[in-house]
Design a protein around this ligand. Structure first.
Ligand code: HAM
Length: 433
């Protein structure tokens, strides 16, 4: 006796038809929105050399989250925990030959060794859209529009979600003003990243360990900034920084419907090391969903890890787990429990099998989806099976129909029945509407 477990590996999901239908629906929407915005599809391999992630993905990903192993050829490889390094590698290999901006999208599955919890699994799918080589703020605005248009396409509004945004250049200028060493800057950025998740006392204590009282005061003032206006004043009074891209972007956004979704948030710095400019995360406004639905930002130097000249990039990753939690919390997803075939084709005698196979084939040629029931059943039973599956139209072929050389179709919703001859049923499409 084997005691093999029927459950999937921890933190991974089996996609039974209902879940797969939901996933297909969401992916189709992502593809549609990306295409509407002029993004082209791409994909890459599941495995990469681990060096690709060591270059710029950050300590947390490498030390705690990556799945890596040595292959039979003694190479240290990793299952992709994110898509951006693969994308950068691909863009680095061809960017000289293609016109800019490059706008690409993908929906890869990714693996991270995480503690499974609401909004966090070990395997998730992530909608990625990135733009390379666009003029300043243009790519940023476009990717933010994709996010907003995706979420609003499901019926979400600014009452449901917000895009919290910051600029790493402001954070860098703050660190300069505080005159921090590289080590202290690193510690402080990690503290900013988790500042909203810890208590005020813990924040205070952690800040004391890194900063002197004067530095701490400026730092805590920074963390309390609530909007773009306050941020502007803080920068004017404390930092040596001109031409702030964040404010240009916010200004540009006023000509789109993005503005009502954008909020300044000083705690957004992003955990991955490659971001250099605008950074953002999208959150559900319902506190039940604490994890970001989406995160991204601009990265100026990622191609340099391949010894290529800098090419500005900006993009985001939007996870399927957090997206579904968000949509379901706000009742923005329909029911996927039923298959969406158009016709349930049933016979009440084996003698009808020849006709039913022939009919099924012809209906499929007309692009009509058919579930062909193999065993003879009475019409009442056929209706029961079809309704349970959510199929609204049922075809019967029994002895009477064979005799008359016809088939009957019933609309379960209206109760209407209609007969069709095999020689001419082209107008069946109207009955199926
Ligand atoms: P990230 O913030 O690590 O960014 O992930 C982006 C989104 O993926 C998160 O906001 C969340 O929705 C989802 N996600 C991440 N980890 C998990 C998990 N363990 N379980 C479920 N969902 C998860 C990146 O990965 C960047 N590479 C995004 C990017 C693209 N930046 C620029 N271009």
């Amino acid at each position: 006796m084997s005691n093999l477990d029927k459950k999937p590996y921890k933190g991974c999901r089996d996609f039974f038809p209902e879940l797969k239908r939901k996933q297909n629906f969401i992916f189709a929407r992502m593809q549609k929105i990306a295409t509407l915005h002029g993004f082209e599809p791409y994909d890459g391999p599941m495995l990469e050399m681990i060096e690709l992630y060591k270059a710029k993905s950050g300590e947390e990903l490498i030390n705690d989250q990556i799945y890596s192993f040595v292959d039979r050829g003694n190479r240290e490889v990793a299952i992709r925990p994110e898509m951006t390094p693969t994308l950068a590698r691909m863009v680095a290999s061809i960017h000289r030959e293609i016109s800019k901006p490059i706008r690409w999208f993908s929906i890869p599955n990714l693996m991270r060794y995480e503690k499974p919890q609401r909004g966090r699994l070990r395997e998730h799918w992530q909608f990625n859209c990135d733009v390379f080589g666009a003029p300043k703020s243009f790519g940023e605005l476009e990717v933010l529009q994709v996010i907003k248009n995706l979420l609003t396409s499901f019926g979400a509004t600014s009452e449901h979600f917000a895009i919290y945004i910051n600029d790493r250049k402001i954070v860098d200028a703050l660190f300069n003003a505080l005159n921090l060493s590289e080590e202290k800057s690193y510690k402080l950025i990690k503290l900013i990243d988790r500042s909203k998740k810890i208590s005020l006392e813990s924040l205070d204590q952690a800040a004391d360990e890194i900063l002197d009282p004067k530095q701490k005061k400026i730092f805590l003032n920074y963390l309390q900034l609530k909007n773009f206006h306050e941020a502007k004043i803080f920068i004017e009074e404390n930092l040596n920084l001109a031409d702030i891209e964040l404010f240009d972007l916010v200004e540009m956004a006023t000509s789109t419907s993005l503005s009502e979704f954008l909020s300044f948030d000083p705690s957004i710095v992003r955990g991955l090391d490659y971001y250099t400019g605008i950074v953002f995360e999208v959150f559900d406004l319902n506190p039940e969903n604490k994890r970001a639905i989406c995160g991204g930002g601009s990265y100026a130097n990622l191609l340099q890890i391949f010894n290529e000249p800098a090419l500005s990039g900006v993009g985001f990753g939007l996870g399927d787990v957090t997206l579904v939690d968000f949509l379901e919390t706000h009742n923005l997803l329909s029911d996927f429990s039923k298959a969406s075939f158009e016709v349930f084709l049933s016979i009440s005698t084996d003698q009808a099998l020849n006709s039913s196979f022939h009919l099924a084939e012809n209906l499929r040629k007309m692009n009509i989806s058919v579930e062909h029931h193999p065993n003879p059943v009475k019409p009442k039973k056929a209706i029961q099976i079809a309704s349970k599956k959510g199929i609204q139209k049922v075809i019967f072929i029994g002895e009477e129909e064979i005799g008359k050389n016809i088939f009957k179709i019933k609309d379960l919703e209206s109760g209407t029945e209609k007969e069709f001859s095999y020689t001419d049923f082209s107008h069946i499409k109207e009955f199926l509407k």
